[in-house]
Structure formats: C-alpha cells, structure tokens
Design a binder for this molecule. Structure first.
Ligand code: HEC
Length: 725
C-alpha cells in the first residue's frame, strides 16, 4: 500500500512539472555519430559512412561540407566485408576555429588498416582534403566482428585534445566475460594486446597538445615520455569502448561512458557485465580487461583448459598476455564513478535496467551571462550522463572534491542519443542516431531548453495552388503571443540566400533545392518549416499479378502469382506475402502489436534492436513468427533464448541476455510475436509461385480482406487488397 502511495505521489509531481522544451533543428541524417558546436551557433555533424554536415540553426540550412571516403559498412552494400563499426567516428573543432577553420576528425582509413586522427582546414565552408595533417595512426584488426572504436574527440579548456579509442576486440567468444584469449591465432579475441597493453593506443583515452606540425606530449600523462614499453600519449588506459567523453570546462576532469561486457550474471569466469561512467581526476588505469565496475576482478581464465586462473589484484594488476608488448605490472586500477549491470543496480537503482550503452555528456555550470541556463542555479556543477540504449539522461550533481552528490533522471524517451553537447548559448544539443543499428535515415539534431524560457514559435508552409513556385505560410503561432517575423531562405547547392520576408514568396525560376520559412519571435530560437524542391528519383515499381485476377479469395485457397518490373528484380531477394485482415478492428496497414504489447517491448527496450516488420539489429518479429509457426515448442524455446541471449539463428550478431525481462512479460511479448504470423503466408526467393492462404481463424467474422505485398530491396513495393470470402 505504502509503495502504491509513493508511486502515485511521484506520478502527480512528474505530471505537474512543466516539460522541457525539445525541438528538432534538422533531421534526415544517416547514422550520425558525433557533433561539434561552433562558436557562431553552427553545428558540425559527422555520419558513419563519411559525410560531414554543417547545420545552421538560425536558418535551418543543412550543407554538405565533405563526403569522405572511409572504411564503412554501407547501405548501398549491406553485406560489405568491412568491420561492422568502422567509419567516420568523431569530430572536434579547433579552440581557435573561428580564426583558423581547423577541424579534427577520427576515421577508419579506406585502404590502410588503421583508424586515424587528422586535422583538416575548411576553405569556403568545404573540407579541403589536401590539407590533411595526420596526427595519430592507430593500426588495428579489421574484420567483421572485431569492434569498439571509441572515437570521441574533445578539447579541454587547457587546449589539450582528448581522443577515446576502443579495445578493437571481438567480444563474442568469451561468454560476456574478459576477452583475454591467450591461445595462438586468437589475436582479435585478446584485449590484453590492446586495452591492457601500456604500449598500444587502443582501449585508451589519449591526451595531446596539437601544434603547427603535429603534437606535443603534455606533462601529467600516465607514463612520462621515454618510459620503456609505454606510449606517452596515454592519459587513461584499461578502457573497453570509451564511447563518448566529456571534459569539465572548469577543471579539465575527464568523464567517459564505458560500454561494458555482456555477461548476465557472475560466475567462476568473473563478475556480471557492467557499463561505467568514469571520472579521471588524474591519469590512470581503469582496469579493462582485468577488472570492471568498482574494481570487480576477473580471474585470468585459461581458454585452452577452460580453467579460471589467479584473480586480478586491483592494487597491482598484471597483464600476462602473450601479445602484450608493454609492462607486465600495470598501474593500480581506478574504480568506476558510476556502474550498472543489465539487472537493476543495487548501488544506483535510478539507472534502471535493460540494454546498456553508457555515455558522458557536458558538465553544466550556471552562468547568468549566458542566454540559456539548462538547470537552476542550485544545480551549478552538474555532469549530464546519458544512455544510448535506455534513451535517458541523468543529472549527476557533483559535490566537494568532485564526489557524486546526487543522481536523478533529467529526461527520457529519446531515440538512441548518440552525442550530447552544450551550445555556446547554453542550449543542450542532442544528436539522435535513428531507430536502427545501421542504415538509418531518420537521425536528428535536437535542441533542449529549460521549461521556464520563452517558447519558440510554430510554423507550417505549403505551396499556393495554381501559382507556380509560390509558397505561403499556412500557420504561424507563438505560445507566448510574441510578434513574429518570417523570412524565406532558399538553398542552392552548398549555399543559401534570403529571398525576403512576409507570408508568401515566389521563387526565381529553376533555382534551389529547398525552401524554408524561418519564424523568429526575438526571444527564443527560431522555428523552421522546410519543403524540398527536388523530385526524388522514384524506385522502379513492382507489379504483383494474381493469376486469374480473382475478386474474392477463400481461406486456405491456393493463389498463383507472378512478379514483374521494368528492371528485372533478382528472384533471390523477392518476398511475397498474403495477410488476412479481419473486417472488424483497427488496421494500420501492416502487422502490428496491440498497445499493451507495444508498451511492453518499449519498456523492455526490445525496440532498440527489433521492429515488427523491418529488419534491424535483430530479425523483424514477423519473420520470427513465420519461422516458428506451427512448432509446439516455439514459445518455451524463445523464452529461454531471449533470457539467455545468443547468436547463430539469424546471423553472427548476438542478442544480449534479456535478464531484466520478467517471466510474465516474456510470455505476453513472445505470444504476441508468434501471433504476428496469424493469417499470414509468405513465399521467398521466387518471381512466380503459389501462395496458400491462411486457414480460417476460429472466431472469424464475415467479410475482411487479403492484403498482398511484394517486396524487393531497391524497388517500390507492390501492395493491394482482395476481398475475403
Ligand atoms: C542489443 C540488441 C537486442 C535487444 C535489446 C534484443 N534483441 Fe532480440 N535479438 C537480437 C539479435 C541480434 C537476434 C538474433 C540472434 C540469433 O541470430 O540467434 C535476436 C533474436 C531474437 C528472437 C529470435 C530468437 C531465435 O532464436 O530465433 C526473439 C524472439 C527476440 N530476439 C526477442 C527479443 C525481445 C522480446 C527483446 C526485449 C526483451 C529483445 N529481443 C531484445 C538482438 C536484440
């Protein structure tokens, strides 16, 4: 009873608090990885496959600065043999960017098997590739399942450049424990060669001072320059995948989110996997692959005999790796600042449970001179941390000696937040990666302002009927009733220009790719409405023909079909489906979950990797349903599989153990998944064939329809309905 009361109270408080102001500045990005806000308000964004974009929030303009050739798995070639996480990883602007236009990028080189940090210079808003100055080259292993690039580049207030680098190790053959495989020929499965190696740049946070021709080593790094078997660039070692880092702008303390290993629970092999937020007040060894979380040690497991060996001593960890080229006794291990497993964390329950991907965002200081202050004065000196998988942001109030004073949720419901920065005006920028693991085209740049500030206007535009190239404001309002000014902007190629003000505009002939109306109220950031002037090149259409052109079809009936198109599709990629849609009930044009199931898969973060009818990291649920249809053991098998995780059924990417999933929720979700096959029949890999329609459901009512769909990647799908009889 008491618990219910508390929950109710919390609910009331949450409901009455004004929501944050969250607006989309620009969208449609392809797997955006990282961003860098410039002093003038522009934001530079890098995409995994190599594009660099400049976004100008004051006009809504989005411009391509470069399209670099990098090693990356590509949407145009999804099965390309590149290492899965290769690509353009990180960007930072020079502290003197306004004057020197210098940009630092960390990317996977297309020919040399290395990641590298280089400096480039922008000329007339474009990246001049000929200006590349290579600063740091990181040779690595590059094959499909070797992952963890880190790749976050940041400048500290001291003008030092920090770069995070992952352990470049295959994490999938150590059962979610330490990948310290000392058998010969197991190089990519051994993080002793990288994160635990004092003489290797991988699995580290580096710290350097760039100069005109290269860089200097600042004092205070982990190993003084000239120390045998060490690299002087290392600031923090013992990192697995230090994905997003952040430097306190007042005192240069370094924070990073450490994406941890997968083990669902503790065993003789070591502790359960944990993600970490780390705080480096000074250079140090953060433990991986010998320790995790608050210095929970792993035994030195012998992969040949399957026996756990001696336990690591956090005070004097040793690296016994056969591929270790560095010191064998390592600096004492520094425990994590915050750590949490898949299950609810006993130490930090507010972190929740489920999928994990820890990230560190900016440290907030209250500054009355700045236009916006995200948090109130009493929250001065607060670190913002966030979670790619859980879609949440937390406030970490820092106390005396930088100790954790309190931890609370700041925001939630985000879609894979990939990077988070404070803009010069004090607004918080969030880069949202998109729903899927790869090949997103719905990445977004969001702006977050405190609830208390003046609100941005809202504007919509449309074409004027009967008048060529004429557009008008269809609605423009301001929540604070401020007076609005509308200016029109036209993008042509890599430039934009202002066309005029007012509610209607006629464009010059044959010019431009995008028209925008920008509404300003003089107090808050502007609102932008945009329309593309480019007609998308249509994909070839598929024609699905049912033999005999039936106008009604019965349950269980055989239906012969042929599939054609102007450009012949490859038979192997074809999938043709028929789905029964009952006469009653809601149907949004595709298999879907009930609202209850949707809420459950959302709360359990399954949607981070799965969609109902679209491939993602994991298989689409409809395909799971079709695969196991009619198998009496399917429900039990799938419950075990989801709890335990595993790979090999759909591909080589494993599902992490879903240990936070409650048994009765698992039952509801998996029944709903299996239910998606109801009424559906499918044939794959053939341009003509015969579908047998589904049998009559027990409680079928008269009427309804059969929906036929044909899909081939790269083609516009065919979809139509035929009445059911
Ligand atoms: C981090 C990504 C990830 C998350 C989160 C995730 N899955 Fe998966 N899931 C996968 C992958 C990858 C596979 C394919 C595994 C294989 O090939 O054996 C998979 C497979 C499955 C399968 C098919 C299993 C089989 O053996 O055919 C089901 C059912 C499933 N997931 C349900 C869920 C549910 C329910 C949740 C949420 C509680 C969930 N998944 C969360 C990645 C994920």
């Amino acid at each position: 009873m008491r618990k219910i009361l508390t929950l109710l109270l919390l609910g009331t408080i949450a409901a009455s608090a004004a929501p944050l102001q969250k607006e989309t500045i620009a969208d449609g990005f392809h797997d955006p990885m990282s961003m860098a806000p410039a002093p003038d308000g522009d934001v530079y964004v890098v995409e995994r496959e190599g594009r660099i974009l400049r976004i100008r929030p004051s006009t809504g303009g989005v411009f391509e600065v470069a399209n670099m050739v990098v090693s990356a798995r590509r949407a145009s070639d999804a099965k390309s043999p590149y290492a899965a996480e290769d690509g353009l990883q990180g960007i930072a602007l020079d502290p003197d960017f306004a004057k020197n236009q210098r940009v630092y990028l960390y990317y996977s080189h297309p020919e040399k098997v290395e990641d590298r940090l280089s400096r480039f210079t922008l000329r007339d808003g474009k990246l001049d590739l000929s200006t590349e100055l290579v600063l740091i080259e990181v040779p690595l292993e590059r094959s499909d399942l070797v992952c963890h690039h880190g790749g976050s580049v940041q400048f500290g207030p001291d003008g030092l450049l920090y770069l995070s680098i992952g352990d470049n190790t295959n994490p999938f053959e150590s059962d979610g424990y330490a990948p310290i495989d000392n058998r010969p020929d197991r190089t990519p499965w051994d993080a002793e060669r990288s994160a635990g190696n004092t003489n290797d740049l991988r699995g580290k946070v580096l710290r350097i001072r760039p100069n005109e021709t290269g860089y200097d080593i600042p004092t205070g790094n982990l190993f003084p320059k000239g120390t045998a078997k060490t690299r002087p660039e290392i600031y923090a070692m013992g990192c697995r995948n230090p994905f997003r880092i952040s430097i306190d702008p007042e005192n240069s303390i370094v924070y990073w989110g450490e994406v941890g290993p997968d083990a669902g629970k503790e065993s003789a092999r070591g502790p359960a996997g944990h993600d970490e937020i780390n705080q480096a007040q000074a250079a140090g060894n953060f433990g991986w692959p010998f320790l995790v979380a608050n210095n929970k040690p792993y035994p030195i497991y012998d992969f040949a005999s399957g026996k756990p060996g001696p336990m690591t001593d956090p005070a004097a960890p040793r690296n016994p790796g056969i591929r270790n080229t560095g010191l064998s006794v390592l600096p004492p291990a520094v425990p994590a600042f915050i750590w949490y497993p898949y299950a609810e964390s006993p130490e930090f329950p507010i972190m929740g449970k489920g999928g994990r991907c820890a990230m560190a965002g900016p440290v907030f200081y209250h500054d009355p001179a700045r236009k916006f202050n995200l948090l109130p004065k009493e929250d001065d000196h607060t670190l913002l941390i966030y979670e790619w998988s859980r879609g949440k942001i937390w406030n970490v109030k820092l106390g005396q000696d930088e100790k954790l004073q309190s931890l609370k949720v700041f925001d939630e419901g985000l879609t894979h937040p990939m990077d988070m920065e404070m803009a010069a005006d004090g607004s918080l920028l969030i880069l949202s990666y998109g729903k899927n693991w790869y090949f997103n085209n719905d990445g977004k740049l969001l702006r977050v302002l405190p609830p208390t500030t003046n609100h941005s206007p809202v504007i919509a535009i449309g074409p004027v009927a009967g008048k060529d190239r004429t557009f008008t404001v269809t609605s423009a309002t301001d929540p604070d009733n401020d007076k609005l000014t509308v200016t029109w902007w036209l993008t042509t190629g890599a430039t934009e220009r202002q066309l005029g003000t007012g509610s209607t505009i006629t464009l010059p002939a044959h010019e431009g790719s995008e028209i925008r109306a920008v509404a300003t109220d003089g107090n808050s950031p502007p609102a932008v409405a945009r329309l593309s002037l480019v007609k998308e090149k249509a994909a070839p259409e598929l024609q699905l023909n049912l033999v005999g052109k039936p106008d009604a079809l019965a349950f269980g009936q055989d239906v012969a079909f042929t599939l054609t198109s102007a450009t012949a599709p490859t038979a192997a990629q074809v999938s043709v489906r028929a789905r029964y849609i009952p006469a009653t009930g809601h149907d949004a044009g595709g298999p879907q979950f009930s609202p209850t199931t949707t809420a459950l898969v959302t709360a359990n973060l399954c949607l981070a990797c799965h969609q109902v009818d679209q491939n993602s990291v994991g298989p689409k649920y409809v395909n799971v349903a079709l695969k196991y249809r009619g198998h009496p053991e399917a429900l039990d098998y799938l419950k075990n599989k989801v709890k335990a995780g595993g790979k090999g059924v759909w591909g080589e990417v494993p599902m992490p153990p879903q240990i936070a999933l409650k048994d009765n929720d698992a039952d509801t979700i998996l029944r709903a998944i299996l239910g998606l096959a109801e009424g559906v029949s499918e044939i794959k890999g053939s341009l003509n064939g015969t579908l047998q329609l589904a049998p009559k459901p027990a409680n079928a009512e008269p009427g309804g329809a059969w929906e036929f769909t044909a899909e081939v990647p790269g083609f516009a799908s065919a979809k139509f309905r035929v009445a059911a009889k």
